[in-house]
Design a binder for this molecule. Sequence first.
Ligand code: ARG
Ligand code: GLU
Length: 727
Amino acid sequence: MKKIVLFLCCLAAMLPMALADEGMWIPMLLQRNEADMQKAGMHISAKDIYDINNACLKDAVILFNQGCTGEFVSDQGLFLTNHHCGYSYIVRHSTVEHDYLTRGFWAMNRDQEIPCPGLTATRLVRMEDVTDQVLAGIDNNTTEQDRAKIVEKHIKSITEKAVEGTHYKAIIKPFYYGNQYFMYVNEVFTDVRLVGAPPSNIGKFGGDTDNWMWPRHTGDFSMFRVYVDKDGKPAEFSKENVPYKPLKHLEISLKGVDEGDFTFVFGYPGTTKRYVTSDEMAMAVEMQDPISIDLRTIRLKHYKAAMEKSPAQRLRYASKVASIANGWKKWQGEVEGIQRLNGIQQKQQKEEMFNTWAADKPEYRNVLKELHEQYEIMRPIQKRMLYFTEAVYASDFMQLAYQLTNLAGVIDHDGDASMFKAEIDKLNKSLDAYYTDFENHSQVDKAIFVETMCYARHNGMIDYKSALSDADFEAFLNEVYAKSLISQPEKMRKTLSKINPDKPGKAVEKLMNEDPAVQLVMQCYFSLYQTPENASAAEARNEISRLMRTYVKGMMALYPDEQYGTDSTVKKPYFFPDANLTLRVAYGHVQGFQPRDGVYYKPYSTLEGIMQKENPDIYDYVVEPRLKELYETKDYGRYANSKGELPVGFIATNHTTGGNSGSPVLNADGQLIGINFDRCWEGTMSDLLFDPDYCRNISLDIRYCLFIIDKFAGAKHLVDEMTLVEK
Ligand code: ARG
Ligand code: GLU
């Protein structure tokens, strides 16, 4: 008996199954998880979450632009997302005089809401499994190139047909590496207005220092409203537009959550790599992560020094630094997490099991071996490409030099005068940005240019001027910066204005041949892309996608399609598809964890913690005077918990990733209890490997959000629009 139990335990440890709480499930197929979710504590049904015939929770969830999630909280099109998702729109409307980023912004009436051209909110109307139609006519003998063409053709015809006669837009995405395809029919709203955002000291409290960490005290939310035309259809901004009436908006629970309570997250996770081989995992954590971390450390150093110098420079670089630092920090957590779990060895063990199973199956027998060979071919060029994006492309200066080569591109592709003019306009726009406060910016950007290029060269990733010593190469870079037209605003503008769009050939050729920055960027580009290695890497990439499709298909054949879920009485599916920016449900429980020996993290934080972190001398930890006042008088109203504390954030075991920012976090009754905005540092490897002991998503407690809107900002009219459930 003992032996059998031991054997079963070992087997369980080897399986690639979704561990308890791991998984980002497809809403349309949620029936398969329903029993498990209910066993885990959910009171509602899968149909309450996704149903094509009736309004359901999915109608309250939107994709915010192409990278965050939002949720409707009123019947007037009002929705919530994260502060860091709305960030660039808040920055865009901020000036030193009207600094909404620093001071916050609250529309006190509809007229004050700020249009955000270009911003979209996308609602899923319905989804459908279209695998058979997409793959019709494809068999084992079809080449990869032909397969791609057929798939593309079918996708075009299926999507066109699906939206015929409607204002909807359809997309089809591959799942399980192209073993399955789903179509998404969407409604895309294009008049989206900024309604409210707390000051940075709240919306970004803790800044990049606290980012990816628990305990957390960030009031990471902002509010927008969707407007539609008089017929209720999506429309571009117009004064005549009216607030959208969603089919469903979320009820908000003021009851809060306790440790152990069921929660689920409903949103748009972007990318996970759950099924990659040990080779790809090694490439990520042994090559890509460390190189990117080093190069970003350089950029951050220069930007941060500039931001210390003046409020104008702080504003200028705020958004950029937030995004550079975000990946930089996450990758550090990812490397540590994979090391702690011996992730690569774990993968290798599973691969051995797969090979044993596949030994007598010709379709799968060699797939891992072949994948390994292709990774050997691809790895070196992957490294060069990384250097191109993280080093060569690190400075605005090199990006502009690259943009200049587009002028030659237009000529090479027989573009006409109007296309050429359009390219010049684009360039002038980029230059406008570059020359703003050029005295300061050129110093920062030049320092980044020189240091990142030197780093790349030192690591053998730039072959140009190979005879020069490191020191001479640095001197050469300084000379390139000084001599390029890009660093000479007047000359640059004059040169561009003198080019005749009808006959640009000679002038452009001169620019290409004479400008040292253009020369440099072209050399870097050629030594990367116009090499035999690059051509074979492109082939390798195609092969990898074909082989991964086979490997994943094999894994799905190897393991039964169900496993026990929350306990041994209910089952749930084995495999969830990797995230691909489609709507998913993740579920789990509110739960603390033990990050290190002797340390236990409680699952929720309160205003108390904000006061503990307060430091008027450190930008990230300044507490707004008004918030302090409310703290001192303990004026929390109905937003306090049963202990009289004001809850700020909580963590849970939901499996989330980038893109889930802004996602609604719901309770067992499907009511809103929080807004997802981050993961805990110790669990950031969950894109590659999920560990239930460490992986936690971080949410803003909805009560803190409402407290800020109502008590702090005095914008109670917005809370009044919402549907609150107090008991
Ligand atoms: N880490 C979160 C995410 O991946 C929040 C990022 C924004 N916050 C920041 N301090 N940079 O998007
Ligand atoms: N902050 C992330 C986002 O913007 C969510 C955190 C994560 O990666 O899980 O989507």
